[in-house]
Design a protein around this ligand. Structure first.
Ligand SMILES: [Zn+2]
Length: 130
């Protein structure tokens, strides 16, 4: 794979708004319920930083946790062990540009049993072409 997107911190800071930069490049977390309004309907979600496809729209489910939640990855996502904040969690990042997306927890719906809990600011919804 040679399509990785690698930019300097200054470039990202220049391209992204403050909140997007803080979440995706500094592993921040947006306030819960700050992105309730993703459209429903057929489509997928891509990385706001590099446009890589990350999740299928039909993997999104309502978890009531305050962040967009998905039951399975729909693209190239890297998982890293994250021991910050006194917890051991699994962080998920965009494989292509290394953007921090959120975390994955083992309390999702069947069949995967996974809940990808993702910052809405890191995602862009792309409706299917009609
Ligand atoms: Zn990306």
């Amino acid at each position: 794979m040679t399509d990785r997107v690698i930019k300097s911190d200054a470039e990202w800071r220049d391209e992204l708004d403050d909140e997007t930069y803080r979440v995706t490049r500094q592993a921040g977390t947006e306030r819960p319920f700050s992105h309730p309004g993703f459209p429903k309907g057929p489509g997928h979600y891509e990385c706001v930083c590099c446009g890589a496809r990350l999740f299928d729209g039909d993997a999104k489910f309502e978890s009531y946790c305050g962040w967009p939640s998905f039951s399975r990855p729909g693209g190239a996502i890297d998982e890293h062990r994250d021991a910050s904040h006194g917890m051991t969690r699994t962080e998920v990042r965009c494989h292509r540009c290394d953007a921090h997306l959120g975390h994955v927890f083992p309390d999702g719906p069947p069949p995967t049993g996974l809940r990808y809990c993702i910052n809405g600011v890191a995602l862009r919804f792309v409706p299917d072409a009609v």
